[in-house]
Design a protein around this ligand. Structure first.
Ligand code: GDP
Length: 366
């Protein structure tokens, strides 16, 4: 599965957010309740209004959302990169996730101790990022020596990997995260970079945890975080973990009323889950029939056989073609039969790149 790791300094609201996430998911997907894989990992349903539209047209008995995982990664301390106890475990946990959800404290509350004794989310972000950069720097510096040697004796692998390593190393030496080289990177270089398994090359989403009164508007701290995020090409979500914790426990109708009062049109967690999904470069395709309408997840750029493989490896192996109806056509025309009559059901082959929202029906050899 795809995993987002929740990180941040102590007392910023990580656990509050994680607990709210896992509770809401249970409410959203009664058929597939939140399940605890490990104590700190939870799978949540990805909210997607398209599911209900398709299901009502296809008269499906069940609706099955797709899911992503969140991991509560506690235990960051200054000096984590020096590899002391908790710090090591913290870095190892981050290495295992696909993307980072970085929670920043943007609420004032004298009763809740801030580890640095002041509210400054941008400085907090730098504190965490510095630990990650130091860890990457140390691991790259160690590896690059060997690769330079191998490259100078014309070792083929080293010659392709080294330029990517050197670029990443240069960024780290300048005090910048490796993620800065992601924009416009060539696909083959991205593969190499991913192979290096660095911490600061993972995509980041900043979550500004604000006081209840600031949830709809943000505040001076969230503005500062947004400016920082923009420079890095990262995204920001403003959320009040305290509100989310309350909403997650309310029945739907009451939750809606409560959100209205706060000036919010949907739970912040829905925004967070969707942003996490986009952060991972994931898209959704659907299968629809009388039994169920179901959402499936693939990486952006996945071809039809790979998409089929998400359902079953046999579907990928024996792939023949995929009947493909764009979501808009499916809904506007009123379903599969009507879409076929209108000539909007395409037969796509092995090279077809799946588009977000496609309603697919696979033909395959068994
Ligand atoms: P963690 O250490 O980052 O996991 O932080 P916790 O989720 O345990 O939160 C630390 C403390 O801050 C707890 O007492 C929470 O109730 C409190 N807290 C979390 N979010 C908010 C918030 O949005 N506003 C206020 N006032 N307190 C919060």
């Amino acid at each position: 599965g795809f995993k987002c790791g929740i990180v941040g300094l102590p007392n910023v609201g990580k656990s509050t957010l994680f607990n709210a996430l896992t509770r809401t998911a249970a409410a959203q997907a009664a058929n597939y309740p939140f399940c605890t894989i490990e104590p700190n990992t939870g799978e949540v349903a990805v909210p997607d209004p398209r599911l209900a539209s398709i299901a009502s047209i296809a008269k499906s008995k069940e609706v099955v959302p797709t899911r992503i995982s969140f991991v509560d990664i506690a235990g960051l301390v200054r000096g984590a990169s020096k590899g002391e106890g908790l710090g090591n475990q913290f870095l190892a946990n981050i290495r295992e996730v696909d993307a980072i959800v970085h929670v920043l404290r943007c609420f004032e509350d004298d009763d809740i101790t801030h580890v640095e004794g002041r509210i400054d989310p941008v400085a907090d972000a730098e504190t965490v990022e510095t630990e990650l950069m130091l860890s990457d720097l140390e691991s790259l510096e160690r590896r690059v020596v060997q690769f330079r040697k191998r490259a100078s004796s014309k070792d083929k692998e080293a010659l392709t990997v080294l330029p990517v390593m050197e670029e990443a190393l240069k960024l780290l030496q300048d005090g910048k995260p490796v993620r800065m080289m992601l924009a416009g990177i060539a696909p083959e270089d991205l593969k190499i970079l991913e192979g290096l398994n660095l911490l600061t090359s993972k995509p980041v989403l900043y979550v500004c945890n604000v006081a209840e009164g600031d949830a709809a508007t943000g505040n001076e701290h969230t503005t500062a975080v947004e400016a920082m995020a923009q420079q890095q090409g990262a995204r920001t979500v403003v959320i009040s973990a305290a509100i989310e914790a309350e909403v997650a426990q309310l029945p739907d109708a009451e939750a809606k009323e409560f959100l209205d009062e706060m000036g919010l049109d949907e739970p912040g967690l829905d925004r967070l889950i969707r942003a996490g999904y986009e952060l991972l470069s994931l898209i959704t395709y659907f299968t629809a029939g009388p039994k169920e309408t179901r959402a499936w997840t693939v990486h952006k750029g996945a071809k039809a056989p790979q998409a089929a493989g998400v359902i079953h490896t046999d579907f990928e192996r024996g792939f023949i073609r995929a009947q493909t109806i764009a979501y808009d056509d499916f809904v506007t025309l009123g379903g599969e039969v009507a879409a076929k009559e209108a000539g909007k059901a395409r037969d796509e082959g092995k090279e077809y790149v799946v588009q977000d929202g496609d309603v697919l029906l696979f033909r395959f050899n068994t």
